[in-house]
Design a protein around this ligand. Structure first.
Ligand SMILES: Cc1cc2nc3c(=O)[nH]c(=O)nc-3n(C[C@H](O)[C@H](O)[C@H](O)COP(=O)(O)OP(=O)(O)OC[C@H]3O[C@@H](n4cnc5c(N)ncnc54)[C@H](O)[C@@H]3O)c2cc1C
Ligand code: FES
Length: 410
């Protein structure tokens, strides 16, 4: 008989007293098992195998299809790279993201992207992500020029906390999406239609103009097939709106009130930082409990110099950072307006990162000397870390020359 099959994982409940008495024999039973165990190493560990399948530190992917969505957005379909050790894709929860690890002109960087396909698609062997090209975007410009069917990409396992949790969230979900922030809600909608997520979704989706709307036909089709479960309202900020069923303007409290059951909805918000600033003020008018408002992290901000309390007089300065990373010690230049993570990436140090939003703690490092500015909206440090001089380079900016110690990338 196979050795691993001999291990007995059965747990049976016999009743309170008998269960308590069973602890009496625990030490002797354990010793018997240890004495009986074979001397050679256990080669099969079902618990760790499952944990690795669900939370792999990396996945090797290859692009199998590319679809143009709008003039500036494409959906990339990824499968496991058959030439790699990735045999199955990790399952995920609708709303989670992947962190892609890419080299642009020999500079190793990461970027997070929400998974826009359904969790069950991962079991069928693929993920989809939908990317909008940024004007002068460092990675997206590279993607538009270089990614094609067959391009190999390394990714993290699924990450993030932007998913529905029945213990916390209402079954009525009010989604507020801006730009490419619609992508996680496509995953939610697909899971609802598969009958695996029992919630209703009302999506208020803001775009600048008609051509920028992602998944217009798809969401209209979802709405038609599942009118009780899915509703989408497109909101265009441009002057002229020709599409039917479209609102014109911005996502004001008035508009939210028009489509939302305020007393029992949970809000899920995903979009650029500028939309969060606007929506925060509108939602304040309803005095909702905090637990009913869920926001996806928004990545690194583009205009740190405009944050109140940022020392504007140093905005144009470049400082020096002595970085100790793994067994490498290097002095690098760092612009005051760019995060310390970007400074390290520019210097090709390949620092670890996943969310780039100050929240996951993956880039957590030690500040040995110098002063930094921490974006208060992305300060995800624990209280103890603040005391012990730990910081997150993705949400921190140099205010003087620095000395820092950074963990090595996995
Ligand atoms: C949780 C999450 C989910 C997301 N999901 C999506 C999604 O579904 N779809 C989508 O389109 N986007 C998504 N994004 C945004 C995405 O991660 C990228 O920010 C976006 O694609 C733009 O990337 P970019 O590199 O083109 O531009 P930016 O990220 O704006 O790149 C410019 C950055 O590169 C730095 N840089 C410039 N030159 C160099 C250099 N030589 N070396 C190193 N760095 C340099 C700049 O300092 C600047 O910080 C998501 C973000 C988050 C946080
Ligand atoms: S990368 Fe997540 S906290 Fe810095």
């Amino acid at each position: 008989m196979n050795k691993e099959k001999e291990i007995d994982f059965k747990i049976s409940v016999k009743g309170n007293i008998r269960d308590l008495l069973a602890f009496k024999n625990l030490a002797s039973v354990r010793k018997k098992h240890i004495d009986k165990a074979p001397e050679d190493f256990i080669k099969f560990d079902p618990v760790n195998n499952l944990a690795n399948q669900l939370h792999p530190s990396k996945q090797n992917l290859v692009i199998s299809e590319i679809k143009d969505e709008t003039k500036s957005a494409k959906t990339f379909k990824f499968i496991a790279d058959p030439d790699s050790n990735t045999k199955k894709l990790a399952y995920f929860r609708a709303g989670q993201f992947l962190s892609l690890k890419v080299e642009v002109d020999d500079i190793p960087i990461t970027r997070p992207y929400s998974i826009s396909s359904s969790p069950s698609d991962a079991l069928k062997g693929f993920y989809e992500i939908t990317i909008r090209k940024e004007e002068n975007g460092f990675l997206t410009s590279f993607i538009w020029e270089n990614w094609k069917v067959g391009t190999k990409i390394e990714s993290s396992g699924p990450n993030g906390y932007f998913y529905y949790d029945p213990l916390r969230d209402s079954r009525e979900i009010m989604c507020i999406a801006g730009g490419s922030g619609i992508t996680p809600f496509r995953s939610f909608a697909k899971e609802i239609m598969e009958g695996k997520l029992n919630i209703t979704l009302t999506v208020l989706y803001g775009s600048s103009e008609e051509d920028d709307i992602l998944f217009y036909d798809e969401f209209k089709d979802y709405e038609k097939r599942y009118p009780e479960k899915i509703k989408i309202i497109n909101i265009l900020s441009c002057e002229e709106v020709n599409l039917p069923d479209c609102e014109q303007g911005f996502m004001t409290a008035q508009l939210i009130e028009k489509y939302c059951k305020l007393d029992n909805s949970s809000f899920f918000i995903c979009g650029p930082q500028i939309m969060y600033d606007f929506i925060d003020k509108e939602l304040e008018k309803f005095s909702l409990p905090m637990k009913r408002i869920r926001k996806e992290v928004f990545g690194e901000i583009k205009d740190v110099v405009n944050i109140p309390n940022f020392p504007k007089k140093i905005a144009e300065k470049t400082f020096k950072i002595k970085v100790s990373i793994g067994n490498v010690l290097k002095e690098i230049p760092a612009n005051a307006f760019e995060s310390i993570l970007v400074a390290m990436e520019r210097a090709k140090l390949a620092p670890p990162s996943i969310c780039r939003s100050g929240k996951c703690g993956f880039c957590r490092s030690v500040l040995i000397s110098g002063d930094i500015f921490i974006n208060p909206n992305s300060d995800g440090r624990r209280a103890a870390d603040k005391i012990m001089n730990y910081f997150h380079p993705c949400s921190s900016y140099p205010m003087s020359n620095l000395e820092i110690e950074v963990p090595r990338s996995v």
